[in-house]
Design a protein around this ligand. Structure first.
Ligand code: GLU
Length: 483
């Protein structure tokens, strides 16, 4: 029987969820679910200098908000806990000592100053500095003396200097690295904490991780991890390294451009479902031309064989297209609920019927943060140019427009019932009676009451939303400007 698939998402709590990280989480989640396995959340916080208050909550909230629930993790527990590395602190040193015993690791007492000096000397000769195994050559007695005297130390891996190390990556195939490129990386730091480089191996083993899916930046250090697995006599997991999520062919998504984090998009008014749907496709394809997936459908369709080897370009226009489609599909009440705070930014207290406005806006909404600019005119008539009244198709110019507005004004003032149907019927009758084309009358009306050529809904819907009084006020304003 095959082993149960166990994947893990192992973020460092930085306070933000990078889209690349979120995609890594998704792939891990989808694969575990697809295979009927377990998805594990592990918090990698051994870099205490980088501690950020509330950062773990950002991870929990984002994953939950995206519908990725973990089977084992810090809050839900599980058989391999604790799942926060700092809480596992005492567990790593014995493993490192075991490697010291077997000759795969050694104590290093070099100070930062000494290392800097040797690095500078090396760079002066144009060479790349790699730890020179200085402390590997200390005698047992020298080491004991220093330990007894409390000299601060780190524990380093004793990497081979000859030969090569190979492994298989599901995405990138067979990888081979000459061992002389491997440095003697630090396993245990001076403060007793393990480095990521050590902890990931120990934890992935102890947590029974079968598939390690993570960012490409770990591709070239994986041989060093495999040497550790080998030294312990442990099975190496399957490796699935994922390409970087890029803004375009040459730029990564960056914090500075405000396009790197999940929260950047949510704040702009992208829907989580749209973002997830699109993000999964940046670096994976289903093998057919389907584009829309629910989470369950993704679980069904996902396969690690279809992960891409080339960098994924995160195209915001494409995301926006997905978002528009997802917004269209929302139930009307849900759309209203989501759009209300965006209406409020420009219409709060303006007595506009949000439910009707929402109906007019839903199919026109690409991203929620574009909504306020589209509806602002309802709250306040924008400054507009008289030229707007000139429209070839409607056969209007300022003069024709003035006549139309003067004709419509008393009609509107006397509409018996302020409903869209009634406004429509009365206006149509009056326009026909005046012998005008509909557009010749309705174009000037729309400009007069909205101050813009393009609006959600036409003149009648806008008039209804504004109310009779405001409609007449805006018409009067236009008539006097056209006089
Ligand atoms: N803590 C590492 C990171 O955030 C995790 C890498 C891994 O998945 O092994 O980059």
């Amino acid at each position: 029987m095959n082993k149960e698939v166990r994947t893990r998402f192992a973020p460092s709590p930085t306070g933000f969820m990078h889209l690349g990280g979120l995609r890594t989480a998704l792939y891990n989640y989808l694969y575990a679910k697809k295979m009927g396995g377990k998805f594990i959340l592990r918090i990698e916080d051994t870099d205490q200098e980088r501690f950020v208050e509330g950062a773990t909550e950002v991870i929990y909230d984002t994953l939950k908000g995206c519908g990725m629930n973990w089977d084992e993790g810090p809050d839900v527990g599980g058989p391999c806990g604790p799942y926060i590395q700092s809480e596992r602190k005492d567990l790593y040193l014995p493993y490192a000592k075991q490697l010291v015993e077997s000759g795969h690791a050694y104590y290093c007492f070099c100070t930062k100053e000494e290392l800097d000096e040797r690095r500078a000397a090396c760079e002066a000769k144009g060479e790349v500095f790699k730890y020179d195994k200085h402390c590997l050559h200390l005698t047992k007695e020298e080491i004991q003396q220093k330990l007894d005297a409390g000299v601060p130390y780190v524990i380093r891996q004793n990497a081979p200097t000859e030969g090569e190390t190979s492994y298989h990556d599901v995405v990138f195939g067979d990888m081979t690295f000459p061992n002389d490129t491997l440095d003697d990386m630090v396993l245990i730091k001076q403060d007793g904490m393990p480095t990521y480089n050590f902890a990931n191996v120990i934890d992935d083993h102890l947590m029974g991780i079968t598939h390690v899916m993570r960012g490409l930046e770990y591709l070239s250090s994986t041989p060093k991890y495999n040497l550790l697995y080998e030294a312990f006599g442990w099975d190496v997991p399957e490796y699935v390294h994922l390409t970087t999520v890029m803004r375009d062919a040459t730029h990564k998504l960056s914090k500075r451009d405000g396009d790197a984090y999940y929260s950047d998009y949510i704040e702009k008014g992208y829907l989580t479902e749209a973002l997830i749907n699109y993000l999964v496709l940046v670096g994976w394809n289903p093998g057919d031309d389907r584009e829309f997936f629910t989470m369950d459908e993704l679980v069904e369709a996902f396969s690690i064989e279809r992960l891409s080897k080339s960098p994924g370009i995160f195209d915001v226009d494409k995301l926006t297209w997905f978002n528009t489609e997802y917004i269209r599909q929302l139930p009307a009440e849900k759309y209203l609920e989501l759009v209300t705070p965006w209406f409020d930014k420009v219409l709060a207290g303006k007595n506009i019927d949000y439910a009707r406005l929402a109906q007019l806006m839903q199919t026109r909404t690409e991203v929620f943060n574009r909504v306020p600019d589209m509806v602002r005119f309802l709250g306040e008539l924008p400054a507009y140019e008289i030229d707007l009244f000139t429209n070839k198709k409607s056969k209007t110019n300022p003069e024709v427009s003035k006549a139309a507005l003067e004709m419509l004004r008393p009609v509107i003032a006397n509409i018996p019932e302020w409903t869209e149907v009634c406004i429509h019927d009365v206006l149509m009758a009056a326009i026909a009676e005046a012998g005008m084309k509909n557009a010749t009358a309705l174009w000037p009306l729309r400009i007069a009451i909205s101050g813009q050529a393009s609006t959600p809904g036409g003149a009648i819907e806008i008039a209804w939303l504004l109310g009779r009084e405001e409609t007449l006020r805006r018409m009067d304003d236009a008539i006097s400007r056209l006089s």
